[in-house]
Design a protein around this ligand. Structure first.
Ligand code: NAD
Ligand code: 89V
Length: 338
């Protein structure tokens, strides 16, 4: 399977590393508007075909899929060009700037019968997968309460300066992952309430968000995110879990400690492996990049829809939109209204 990558910035380096680890995949073309970044990645990963214009790259073709690793403003245009070119597509999160764009992107890929997956990788982190497997096994019964929590004081702005600039920050960039984990654990939501705060005076958007979701199955989950939490040890980029079920409880605590309590108690170390190209503390995220990209390849080879397909991601994106509406209006928002 031959692929092309658009966007050779901060995070794409992980995607390029992961593609090198996947059997049967070769990245044959790279694109970035910034020639310096393009050439740095082209040299580092030995990719000769390099483009500063995505349309030209698609015109010349010669690949089966495209991996879009640019920031959100370019996603709709690039997904639409890719669909027109008839290739399978992976698009980074946040998938789109608004629901109308996201729906149009899903339609574009469906019209040409190509796979569209959103690179929504947090649910693919191995500690989260371990917790999901316990929940799916029925060991703790039917979950009726959950907390999915990401609180950190890590300086994300040094690697991703654009995160300090937007009107929206933590729900759109990070909360989107944590909301998606809540969906993976408890199913789709019917309504959401939310509050937001900006603690860091040097950024434009909110850096604290507290959300409460009602799920279709009656469960309630709290999704809380903060980049203004000074704690030691720093837990970036761990998502912590607390789940109450009808037969027991599950906790994923700091340090990747998974505790399941029913009549007895089991504690397991679910630390993610440190891949040869990964660096702590990012290794948790980096491993999930390899897992989700392998999932994409497996889905194409077997004709399945990816778990985090474009159509699926519309529901995660709707939660993001609803959370901003709920916080702004001070009310609970029904997902049916988004
Ligand atoms: P970045 O700004 O470092 O890199 C983006 C690159 O895309 C830049 O080099 C830019 O020149 C290029 N680009 C933009 N528009 C283009 C276009 N139309 N054609 C060609 N090149 C174009 O950004 P980043 O931090 O690497 O983030 C990229 C995306 O990855 C964002 O959507 C971000 O939210 C996401 N991200 C995801 C994770 C995750 O765990 N899933 C982590 C970090 C970032
Ligand atoms: O995953 C992300 O989208 C990143 C980070 C984990 C730093 O928030 O922006």
């Amino acid at each position: 399977m031959k692929g092309a990558v658009i966007g050779c910035g901060f995070f794409a380096q992980n995607q390029l590393e992961a593609w090198r680890d996947i059997d049967g995949v070769e990245i044959v073309a790279l694109c970035d508007q910034d020639a310096e970044r393009l050439n740095a990645s082209g040299s580092a990963f030995g990719v000769e075909r390099r483009y500063t214009d995505a349309a030209k790259m698609f015109d010349e073709g010669g690949f089966d899929f495209v991996d879009i690793a640019t920031t959100v403003g370019s996603h709709r245009t690039l997904v639409e060009i890719a669909a027109k070119a008839g290739v399978h597509i992976i698009c980074q999160k946040p998938f789109a700037e608004n629901m109308a764009d996201a729906r149009a992107m899903v339609d574009a890929a469906q019209t040409v019968g190509k796979t569209l997956m959103v690179h929504e990788n947090f649910r693919w982190q191995s500690p989260i997968q371990a917790a999901l497997n316990v929940v799916k096994s029925g060991t703790i019964g039917k979950p009726f309460f959950g907390r999915v929590s990401f609180r950190s004081g890590y300086d994300v702005f040094s690697g991703q300066p654009y995160l300090a600039e937007g009107k929206r920050f933590i729900i759109e960039d990070l909360g989107i992952h944590i909301l998606d984990i809540s969906r993976a654990l408890f199913g789709d939501a019917t309504q959401i309430a939310a509050t937001t705060r900006r603690i860091n005076p040097n950024i434009n958007g909110e850096d604290v968000a507290t959300m409460m979701l009602t799920h279709e199955n009656g469960a309630t989950s709290f999704v809380d995110c903060s980049y203004a939490t000074q704690r030691s040890p720093e837990t970036f980029p761990q998502s912590l879990l607390e789940i109450d079920g009808t037969l027991g409880t599950l906790r994923l605590d700091a340090g990747y400690r998974l505790t399941v309590q029913t009549e007895g108690e089991t504690q397991t170390d679910v630390s993610p492996p440190l891949l040869p190209w990964a660096q702590k503390p990012w290794h948790n995220i980096q491993e999930s990049v390899l897992t989700i990209q392998q999932h994409f390849v497996d889905c194409i080879n077997s004709g399945r829809q990816p778990e985090t397909s474009g159509a699926d991601n519309l529901k995660t994106l709707a939660l993001v939109e609803a959370a901003y509406m709920a916080a702004e209006q001070g009310c609970t928002v029904s997902l049916a209204d988004v």
